[in-house]
Design a protein around this ligand. Structure first.
Ligand code: BGC
Length: 254
């Protein structure tokens, strides 16, 4: 088992689930069970805080300050404040979220956007390691999150799930997130047509060198990635849906 200095706890708060684990930061791997609870209905701050406390206590680290803690959240995060709320309560808009969690948990945390930390995990330990040029990681889940990584350096808060679909009056995530597939009972082929629009558009806007696909559905990458016709290589996140936990923990060590 790694020493405390080489371990950290990552909590990945999503629109549907809150996931957590203890991570070996040398290997970029979970060394505990992956613990998950449903995101409370409405995702209001006090309820989300209670759910985070619950996953920490299930992991047995609720009162353990010796292990660093990283928390990832599905919103723009700037200087510890959440500035948007697409799939969570609007109370998070312009909210001192990092301080709220620190006060509520009685400890320091490191706090960042969920897709950004997944990007950090894949750069340090996964599909974007040593990748030159522009990598765009997208998470396909309740929403669409994005991380822009240039030569391994993160450009935070890119929010590419909210590019607008001209003439359709919807943003990309309302149309092409995994939740849209579930909501509209789409087949993989039908959903892939929506993803084709999305990734072609992002490819046109950014000319990336690599796409990495994360989020819960990335464990089924073999069902839909081969249906996409893109110039840019597109691969699943090595850490699949654990990238957020691992990245949040990695960020906590700095
Ligand atoms: C949010 C992003 C987040 C993404 C994935 C979007 O709706 O605006 O901040 O990264 O969902 O959770």
């Amino acid at each position: 088992m790694a020493s405390d200095a080489a371990r950290a706890v990552g909590v990945d708060i999503g629109g549907t689930g809150i996931k957590a684990g203890i991570v070996d930061l040398d290997k970029g791997e979970l060394v505990s069970d992956r613990v998950k609870v449903a995101t409370p209905a409405g995702a209001h701050p006090p309820d989300v805080l209670a759910a985070v406390r619950e996953v920490l206590s299930t992991l047995g680290v609720a009162d353990d300050q010796s292990v660093a803690l990283g928390v990832a959240f599905p919103a723009i995060v700037k200087n510890g404040r959440t500035l948007s709320a697409a799939n969570v309560s609007e109370q998070w808009i312009d909210f001192e979220a990092e301080k709220f969690f620190e006060d509520g948990l009685g400890r320091d945390i490191h706090f960042a956007n969920d897709a950004d930390v997944a990007g950090v995990a894949e750069v340090r330990y996964g599909a974007a390691k040593d990748q030159p040029g522009l990598t765009i990681l997208t998470t396909l889940g309740t929403g669409i999150g994005s991380a822009l990584l240039y030569d391994g350096v993160l450009v935070p808060n890119s929010e590419l799930g909210h590019v607008q679909r001209a003439r359709h009056g919807k943003d990309a995530e309302a149309y092409a997130a995994y939740s849209a597939m579930e909501r509209h009972h789409l087949s993989w082929e039908q959903w892939a047509k929506r993803l084709q629009w999305y990734y072609s558009h992002i490819e046109f806007l950014f000319s990336p060198d690599l796409f990495v696909v994360g989020g819960g559905v990335s464990k089924h990458a073999d069902k839909f990635l081969h249906l996409l016709d893109l110039t840019t290589p597109i691969v699943p996140a090595v850490h699949r849906n654990n990238a957020g936990i691992i990245g949040a923990a990695a960020l906590a060590r700095g």
